[in-house]
Design a protein around this ligand. Structure first.
Ligand code: SAH
Length: 346
């Protein structure tokens, strides 16, 4: 028997093989899968139609991923909830639940920490601790779904971590979250955000999924991008844009660009003009996000008038652009701040 196999990260087919090895009938796999991924059981004890002896041997042989809610902060403005979860090894991850007209959306983390080093981002300050398993990514959605009692229809992989730096686990997570035997979320309702790891953007394009790719651009030229994102030392901005074009060609999915506006750094008229030129002719959508200042860095958000001016400049060139609505402004702090605060406490 495969002692220690991460049972909640197994696909239905793999689980069938595993239960076969245990000498169990095929229907057990279906029952187990349903308990884990539909009924969202928090432990084996909840699986009441599985015989006790089997539950006990499962508990001995297969560790069961189940995140523990440490804190939840609820926004008084818009009901956004920010969760801090403890993993079984004592690490923490944060996830966010947001309500929109079109449904409920969860923002999940893909790693504990991050090694990408973006200068304005709190998640990367302590470096990368480890990758999250597929089960740990799924369980952020499951735990939130249980806690709110509501169905999650959209998932954005935009929390702590670089999802394309944890490629295999990310891909397995996507397949499992969209599995009709599990949560059955539509691929079109999943967005993966990357700082721009070119080979893996192309690899993802070749998977021909229907998920949305979001690229964190933040600079309109190679030089500007390098000031904010060390990953730009490795990949030139033109290579990154070419990979976005390739993603669109392979999947037919419009690419999203995230552009965090940093006062006096990337929000000038010249920046807007360069940005128009850079993405010209590409079927895309640009999200403008006034940067969320973090304690450890001295970046400031752009003035409201500069944000509007920037948006107008893009619109005049017929580029789809929105200013991202800031959710949970009263509870938030920037990406990765909650986990970081917890880290400093202990
Ligand atoms: N590593 C991935 C996903 C995680 S970050 C990526 O880089 O895309 C999710 C988004 O939040 C990215 O666009 C990131 O650049 C942005 N972000 C991080 N810290 C921020 C801050 N302090 N203010 C505004 N946006 C921030």
């Amino acid at each position: 028997m495969n002692k220690g196999t991460d049972i909640k990260s197994l696909s239905m087919d793999e689980l069938r093989l595993e239960t076969e090895k245990m000498g169990e009938k095929a229907f057990r796999a279906k029952q187990l899968y349903e308990w884990m991924h539909v009924k969202l059981a928090r432990d084996y004890d909840e699986m009441t139609n599985i015989p006790k002896h089997l539950r006990e041997s499962l508990a001995r042989e297969y560790p069961y991923t189940s995140l523990k809610e440490v804190t939840v902060q609820v926004s008084k403005i818009d009901g956004t909830r920010k969760y801090l979860f403890a993993l079984s090894d004592g690490n923490y991850v944060e996830s966010v639940w947001m309500q929109y007209h079109h449904g409920n959306s969860v923002c999940i983390s893909s790693q504990v920490g991050c090694r990408m080093g973006c200068r304005f981002c709190a998640s990367t300050i302590g470096g990368l601790e480890r990758n999250l398993t597929p089960a740990e990514m799924l369980d952020q959605i499951y735990a939130i779904s249980k806690s709110t009692g509501e169905r999650v229809s959209n998932v954005v992989v935009m929390g702590t971590g670089e999802p394309l730096d944890n490629y295999d686990n990310l891909l397995r997570f996507i397949h499992m979250a969209t599995d009709e035997n599990g949560l059955n979320i539509s691929q079109r309702n999943i967005t993966v955000s990357t700082c721009g790891i070119v080979e893996n953007m192309r690899r993802l394009a070749d998977e021909k999924l229907q998920i949305t790719l979001a690229l964190s651009l933040h600079g309109s030229t190679q030089e500007k991008r390098r000031e904010l994102m060390p990953v730009a030392d490795k990949y030139d901005i033109n290579q990154v844009i070419a990979a976005c074009r390739y993603y669109y060609e392979q999947t037919g999915r419009r690419v999203t660009f995230e552009y965090s506006l940093v006062g006096g750094v990337n929000d000038t008229d010249a920046d807007a003009e360069n940005l128009c030129r850079l993405v010209g002719g590409l079927n895309c959508h640009i999200n403008l996000i006034p940067v969320n200042p973090i304690q450890e860095r001295d970046f400031v958000a752009s003035e409201r008038s500069d944000v509007l001016n920037f948006k107008n400049k893009l619109e005049r060139k017929h580029i789809n652009v929105t200013i991202r609505r800031e959710m949970g402004k009263d509870i938030d702090g920037a990406c990765g701040q909650l986990r970081r605060r917890k880290h400093l406490e202990i």
